[in-house]
Design a protein around this ligand. Sequence first.
Ligand code: SF4
Length: 221
Amino acid sequence: MLGSFVHEVLEYLYQEDPKNRTQETVKKIATDRWSNHGWAEKVNELTEKIDTITGFKRNAFGAMINLWELEDPTTTTLEGQEVEVLTEVSGVVMKGYIDRIAFDVNGNVVISDYKTGKVPDSKYVAEDEKWFQLLAYALMLREVEQKTASTLELYYLSKKIKHSFVVTQEHLENTKQIIVTTRASVDESCDSGQFKCNVTKLCDWCHFKKINICPAHNQQF
Ligand code: SF4
Protein backbone atom coordinates (compact mmCIF):
# COMPACT_ATOMS: atom_id res chain seq x y z
CA MET A 1 0.00 0.00 0.00
CA LEU A 2 2.78 2.44 0.92
CA GLY A 3 4.66 1.46 -2.22
CA SER A 4 1.59 2.03 -4.41
CA PHE A 5 1.04 5.49 -2.93
CA VAL A 6 4.70 6.47 -3.48
CA HIS A 7 4.59 5.11 -7.07
CA GLU A 8 1.45 7.09 -7.84
CA VAL A 9 2.78 10.38 -6.49
CA LEU A 10 6.11 10.03 -8.34
CA GLU A 11 4.26 9.18 -11.54
CA TYR A 12 2.38 12.49 -11.26
CA LEU A 13 5.59 14.31 -10.36
CA TYR A 14 7.17 13.20 -13.63
CA GLN A 15 4.14 14.40 -15.57
CA GLU A 16 4.98 17.93 -14.41
CA ASP A 17 7.10 20.29 -16.45
CA PRO A 18 10.77 19.54 -15.48
CA LYS A 19 11.30 22.90 -13.79
CA ASN A 20 8.30 22.25 -11.50
CA ARG A 21 9.59 18.91 -10.23
CA THR A 22 10.47 20.13 -6.76
CA GLN A 23 9.97 18.73 -3.27
CA GLU A 24 7.27 21.35 -2.77
CA THR A 25 5.43 19.93 -5.81
CA VAL A 26 5.74 16.37 -4.54
CA LYS A 27 4.19 17.52 -1.25
CA LYS A 28 1.28 19.16 -3.09
CA ILE A 29 0.69 16.07 -5.25
CA ALA A 30 0.84 13.75 -2.24
CA THR A 31 -1.66 15.93 -0.34
CA ASP A 32 -4.00 16.04 -3.34
CA ARG A 33 -3.82 12.26 -4.00
CA TRP A 34 -4.33 11.60 -0.29
CA SER A 35 -7.31 13.93 0.22
CA ASN A 36 -9.05 13.92 -3.17
CA HIS A 37 -8.28 10.59 -4.80
CA GLY A 38 -9.26 7.99 -2.24
CA TRP A 39 -5.97 7.32 -0.47
CA ALA A 40 -7.12 8.51 2.97
CA GLU A 41 -10.08 6.11 2.79
CA LYS A 42 -8.03 3.21 1.42
CA VAL A 43 -5.39 3.44 4.13
CA ASN A 44 -7.96 3.98 6.88
CA GLU A 45 -9.85 0.89 5.73
CA LEU A 46 -6.83 -1.40 5.99
CA THR A 47 -7.93 -4.22 8.25
CA GLU A 48 -4.39 -4.95 9.33
CA LYS A 49 -2.73 -1.61 9.84
CA ILE A 50 0.99 -2.00 9.65
CA ASP A 51 1.56 1.50 10.89
CA THR A 52 -0.29 4.51 12.19
CA ILE A 53 -1.65 6.95 9.62
CA THR A 54 0.95 9.50 10.70
CA GLY A 55 3.67 6.86 10.36
CA PHE A 56 2.37 5.86 6.92
CA LYS A 57 2.48 9.45 5.72
CA ARG A 58 5.90 10.08 7.24
CA ASN A 59 7.42 6.94 5.67
CA ALA A 60 5.79 7.57 2.29
CA PHE A 61 6.87 11.21 2.14
CA GLY A 62 10.37 10.28 3.33
CA ALA A 63 10.68 7.73 0.48
CA MET A 64 9.45 10.30 -2.09
CA ILE A 65 11.86 12.99 -0.92
CA ASN A 66 14.78 10.53 -1.05
CA LEU A 67 14.39 10.51 -4.84
CA TRP A 68 16.36 13.80 -4.84
CA GLU A 69 19.31 11.93 -3.25
CA LEU A 70 19.37 9.55 -6.23
CA GLU A 71 18.73 11.83 -9.19
CA ASP A 72 17.75 15.36 -10.12
CA PRO A 73 14.11 15.12 -11.29
CA THR A 74 14.41 18.49 -13.10
CA THR A 75 17.00 17.01 -15.50
CA THR A 76 15.72 13.43 -15.75
CA THR A 77 13.91 12.58 -18.98
CA LEU A 78 11.55 9.61 -18.99
CA GLU A 79 10.14 7.96 -22.09
CA GLY A 80 7.26 6.25 -20.30
CA GLN A 81 5.78 5.50 -16.88
CA GLU A 82 3.57 2.60 -15.78
CA VAL A 83 3.97 1.21 -19.28
CA GLU A 84 1.74 -1.81 -19.86
CA VAL A 85 3.46 -4.61 -21.77
CA LEU A 86 1.52 -7.62 -22.97
CA THR A 87 3.22 -10.23 -25.10
CA GLU A 88 4.13 -13.88 -25.55
CA VAL A 89 7.56 -15.21 -24.66
CA SER A 90 8.10 -18.62 -26.28
CA GLY A 91 4.39 -19.34 -26.07
CA VAL A 92 3.95 -18.02 -22.52
CA VAL A 93 1.60 -15.04 -22.25
CA MET A 94 3.19 -12.33 -20.12
CA LYS A 95 1.83 -9.02 -18.86
CA GLY A 96 3.49 -6.38 -16.75
CA TYR A 97 3.62 -2.70 -15.88
CA ILE A 98 7.01 -1.07 -16.11
CA ASP A 99 7.47 1.77 -13.60
CA ARG A 100 9.81 3.80 -15.79
CA ILE A 101 11.44 3.62 -19.20
CA ALA A 102 14.17 6.00 -20.38
CA PHE A 103 16.81 5.97 -23.13
CA ASP A 104 20.54 6.01 -22.51
CA VAL A 105 22.95 8.08 -24.64
CA ASN A 106 23.18 5.23 -27.19
CA GLY A 107 19.41 5.04 -27.60
CA ASN A 108 19.11 1.81 -25.63
CA VAL A 109 16.35 1.34 -23.10
CA VAL A 110 16.86 1.79 -19.35
CA ILE A 111 14.18 0.09 -17.25
CA SER A 112 13.72 1.30 -13.68
CA ASP A 113 11.63 0.16 -10.77
CA TYR A 114 10.88 1.89 -7.45
CA LYS A 115 11.09 -0.16 -4.27
CA THR A 116 10.03 1.05 -0.85
CA GLY A 117 11.06 -2.04 1.11
CA LYS A 118 14.45 -3.26 2.28
CA VAL A 119 17.45 -3.75 0.03
CA PRO A 120 17.70 -7.56 -0.37
CA ASP A 121 20.59 -9.10 1.53
CA SER A 122 23.00 -10.63 -1.00
CA LYS A 123 23.57 -13.49 1.47
CA TYR A 124 19.97 -14.65 0.94
CA VAL A 125 18.90 -13.26 -2.45
CA ALA A 126 20.95 -14.11 -5.53
CA GLU A 127 21.55 -11.42 -8.15
CA ASP A 128 19.52 -13.37 -10.75
CA GLU A 129 16.57 -13.45 -8.37
CA LYS A 130 16.88 -9.75 -7.47
CA TRP A 131 16.81 -8.73 -11.15
CA PHE A 132 14.38 -11.36 -12.44
CA GLN A 133 11.31 -9.06 -12.60
CA LEU A 134 13.15 -6.39 -14.60
CA LEU A 135 14.87 -8.97 -16.81
CA ALA A 136 11.42 -10.35 -17.62
CA TYR A 137 10.30 -6.81 -18.56
CA ALA A 138 13.40 -6.41 -20.74
CA LEU A 139 12.60 -9.68 -22.47
CA MET A 140 8.98 -8.63 -23.01
CA LEU A 141 10.01 -5.26 -24.48
CA ARG A 142 12.36 -7.04 -26.86
CA GLU A 143 9.57 -9.37 -27.98
CA VAL A 144 6.85 -6.77 -28.30
CA GLU A 145 8.72 -3.69 -29.55
CA GLN A 146 12.11 -5.04 -30.61
CA LYS A 147 13.67 -2.64 -28.13
CA THR A 148 16.91 -3.68 -26.44
CA ALA A 149 17.32 -2.85 -22.78
CA SER A 150 20.89 -2.00 -21.83
CA THR A 151 20.47 -1.23 -18.15
CA LEU A 152 18.14 -2.06 -15.29
CA GLU A 153 17.81 0.09 -12.19
CA LEU A 154 16.27 -0.50 -8.78
CA TYR A 155 15.56 2.58 -6.69
CA TYR A 156 15.39 1.60 -3.01
CA LEU A 157 13.76 4.87 -2.04
CA SER A 158 13.44 4.28 1.70
CA LYS A 159 17.17 3.58 1.90
CA LYS A 160 18.40 6.20 -0.61
CA ILE A 161 20.14 3.48 -2.62
CA LYS A 162 20.10 2.81 -6.35
CA HIS A 163 21.38 -0.45 -7.85
CA SER A 164 22.13 -0.82 -11.57
CA PHE A 165 22.60 -3.88 -13.72
CA VAL A 166 23.96 -4.22 -17.26
CA VAL A 167 21.80 -6.55 -19.37
CA THR A 168 23.40 -9.14 -21.66
CA GLN A 169 21.87 -11.52 -24.19
CA GLU A 170 22.85 -14.37 -21.87
CA HIS A 171 20.78 -12.87 -19.02
CA LEU A 172 17.77 -12.58 -21.34
CA GLU A 173 18.12 -16.16 -22.60
CA ASN A 174 18.43 -17.48 -19.01
CA THR A 175 15.33 -15.51 -18.02
CA LYS A 176 13.41 -16.92 -20.98
CA GLN A 177 14.45 -20.44 -19.97
CA ILE A 178 13.20 -19.90 -16.40
CA ILE A 179 9.85 -18.58 -17.68
CA VAL A 180 9.38 -21.53 -20.03
CA THR A 181 10.30 -24.18 -17.44
CA THR A 182 8.15 -22.50 -14.75
CA ARG A 183 5.15 -22.50 -17.09
CA ALA A 184 5.76 -26.15 -17.98
CA SER A 185 5.88 -27.09 -14.32
CA VAL A 186 2.63 -25.14 -13.59
CA ASP A 187 0.94 -26.96 -16.51
CA GLU A 188 2.18 -30.29 -15.16
CA SER A 189 0.76 -29.53 -11.70
CA CYS A 190 -2.57 -28.46 -13.22
CA ASP A 191 -2.75 -31.75 -15.10
CA SER A 192 -1.84 -33.90 -12.10
CA GLY A 193 -3.62 -31.82 -9.45
CA GLN A 194 -0.46 -31.96 -7.34
CA PHE A 195 0.94 -28.63 -6.17
CA LYS A 196 4.07 -28.80 -4.04
CA CYS A 197 4.18 -26.43 -1.07
CA ASN A 198 7.16 -24.12 -1.07
CA VAL A 199 7.69 -23.36 2.62
CA THR A 200 9.82 -20.28 3.21
CA LYS A 201 10.00 -17.37 5.65
CA LEU A 202 7.46 -15.61 3.38
CA CYS A 203 4.76 -18.07 4.58
CA ASP A 204 4.30 -15.77 7.60
CA TRP A 205 2.78 -13.18 5.24
CA CYS A 206 0.68 -15.69 3.27
CA HIS A 207 -3.09 -15.45 3.46
CA PHE A 208 -3.49 -19.24 2.99
CA LYS A 209 -1.51 -19.80 6.20
CA LYS A 210 -3.56 -17.18 8.07
CA ILE A 211 -6.88 -18.74 7.10
CA ASN A 212 -5.47 -22.19 7.85
CA ILE A 213 -5.88 -23.83 4.48
CA CYS A 214 -2.23 -24.36 3.55
CA PRO A 215 -1.46 -28.11 3.69
CA ALA A 216 2.13 -27.39 4.78
CA HIS A 217 0.88 -25.72 7.96
CA ASN A 218 -2.35 -27.57 8.63
CA GLN A 219 -2.07 -31.12 9.91
CA GLN A 220 -5.61 -32.11 8.90
CA PHE A 221 -4.60 -32.24 5.21
S1 SF4 B 1 1.80 -20.70 3.60
FE1 SF4 B 1 1.55 -22.44 2.21
S2 SF4 B 1 0.58 -21.58 0.38
FE2 SF4 B 1 1.45 -19.88 1.56
S3 SF4 B 1 3.46 -19.58 0.71
FE3 SF4 B 1 3.71 -20.95 2.44
S4 SF4 B 1 3.60 -23.01 1.56
FE4 SF4 B 1 2.81 -21.59 0.01
